[in-house]
Design a protein around this ligand. Structure first.
Ligand code: ARG
Length: 279
């Protein structure tokens, strides 16, 4: 008998994405990126289209932001900022290589009627890549890309209670490589990426965790997009698939290997636009 379903996430039906016209590995700002490894632009385009198709057939709407030459990581819209209703808090990127994205992100959100409210200068925060809502709180990672100091500002700007989790493994440099909310009670978690205190925070927060082992974690299983009861994943080892199915989820695997060359997968390529913090 499958366990009774938890209530579905209140968000994850509308996403912002950016086509990979100018995507590539042109610099190295995480341990997955090797600029001598070429990206196949046709394959990248096909994989990205397949992700869009999977999200749409799961019932999500996809909105598009134009690609910009010279900004190869703009495809990873998760990092644009934090969305809260009609409020948009743009990221402050750690690395200069990505800082040029922010004016384009701000332009998209203000053109679409969002109120843009910025974090103070000199404090890094890498958007939804490091901030995911779970229940009534916003879980935010810090140390590798995001400064712990940003959390208090984010909480003040959005009104959300922020739970801070320290990221300790350079391969798992964003929270969304270690945490994937599934429904109101369940989430995929990769404790490998967290310090001891962070593990305790997450244990207390998630009543029914699906704990990913090292192999599943490094295949970026947590970097999945949840649309209602569909989980769109870059890879799914059998044991993970069995648990998700036992919980009533449908698994959809989309190969995003070209994007993994830059250290990103399904979740990183999307930014949920229908998040209302504190709900
Ligand atoms: N190359 C990008 C970077 O290092 C990948 C971003 C992945 N995004 C994410 N939300 N994990 O910044």
């Amino acid at each position: 008998m499958p366990a009774p379903a938890g209530r579905e996430l209140t968000w994850g039906r509308r996403f912002l994405m950016c086509p990979p016209e100018h995507f590539g590995v042109l610099y190295e700002i995480n341990s997955w990126m090797h600029s001598e490894v070429a990206v196949d632009p046709d394959r990248a385009r096909e994989q990205w289209e397949a992700l869009v198709a999977a999200l749409r057939s799961a019932g999500a709407q996809v909105e598009l932001q134009p690609a910009v030459p010279g900004l190869p990581d703009l495809v990873f819209t998760a990092n644009a900022g934090v969305v809260n209703g009609r409020q948009f808090v743009p990221a402050r990127f750690r690395h200069p290589e990505r800082q040029g994205e922010t004016p384009h992100d701000i332009a998209w959100f203000s053109d679409h009627g969002y109120r843009v409210e910025e974090l103070p200068l000199g404090v890094s925060h890498e958007g939804a890549g490091d901030a995911l809502p779970f229940g009534s709180v916003l879980v935010s990672g810090y140390r590798i890309r995001t400064d712990a100091a940003s959390h208090a500002y984010l909480s003040k700007l959005t009104g959300a209670a922020v739970r801070s989790v320290e990221l300790v493994d350079p391969r798992l440099y964003h929270l969304d490589l270690t945490f994937c909310p599934l429904d109101e009670r369940r989430a995929m978690v990769a404790p490998l990426g967290w310090d001891r205190y962070g593990r305790r925070v997450m244990e207390a927060l998630v009543p029914e965790p699906l704990v990913l082992g090292e192999e599943a974690t490094l295949q970026f299983c947590a970097n999945s997009v949840v649309v209602g009861r569909t989980v769109v994943m870059p890879a799914c080892p059998p044991a993970v698939g069995r648990q998700l199915e036992a919980w009533g989820f449908e698994v959809e695997v989309v190969d995003v290997s070209e994007f993994q060359k830059a250290g990103g997968a399904c979740r990183c390529l999307t930014l949920a636009l229908d998040v209302e913090l504190g709900r």
